[in-house]
Write a protein that binds this ligand. Sequence first.
Ligand code: ADP
Length: 204
Amino acid sequence: MSYFPDSPSQNLHAFAFSHGRAEHSRMAHKPVVIWMTGISASGKSTIADALDVALRKKGRMTAIIDGDSVRGGLCRDLGFTEGDRDENIRRVAEVARLMLEAGLTVIVALISPSSASRHCARSIIGNAFFVEVHVDAPLETAEQRDPKGLYKKARAGLIKHFTGIDARYDLPVFPEVHLDTRALSVERSVETLLDWLAHNHDRT
Ligand code: ADP
C-alpha cells in the first residue's frame, strides 16, 4: 500500500531517513512552524520579520515563507479562487514540513483565510509542531494602514476575491497565540511569541 494515501500514485513508499523528527528532541530549540494568519495589512510580514531577527539572535535556525513571494514563484500558476487558495496553502504547508524536517523554525506569513485550509496545514505539519498565530486587526484598521494600496484597489473593483472585501476570512477559533495588533506594538507581539515558545517549545 502507498504511504501517501492522498497521492494519485500507489507506488510511493516513505524511506526511513536517518535524520528525522526523533533527532529534533535532542535540539535545544524544538523546530516548529509558526503559522501567521490574518487579513492583509494585519501585520503578518512585519511581525514575521521582527520575530525572525529575534529568533536568530537566540540561536534558532529560521526560514520565512511569505505569501507574496510564494505567489511569485512556487505558486505562480494559482489565482485567488477558493480552490486555488487552498492549493496555495497546501503547497506552503508541504514546503514548511520539509523545512521543519531539516531542523528549521519556519515562520509562515500567509492570509490563509479558510479554517479548513488551516486545518489541512496543521495536519500536514503535525499538531505538535504547528503554532497557529492569529495576527488580528479589524478591517477598518487594516484598511487605514493599507501599505500596499491593495484595499484601495479592491474597493475600486480592481482586485477581485480580496479577503475582507469580497472574500471571507474565517476567524481562528482556538489559535495557539492571538495578537491584537491594534493594542500591541511589533516589539510586544514578538515578546508574546517568544514567551509562548519559551514555555512550550524551548529546552534551554
Ligand atoms: P500583512 O503581511 O499582514 O499583509 P504587513 O506586515 O505587510 O501586513 O503590513 C502591516 C502594516 O501595518 C505595516 O506597514 C506595519 O508597519 C503597520 N503596523 C502598524 N502597527 C502595527 C503593529 N502593531 N503590528 C504590526 N504592524 C503594524
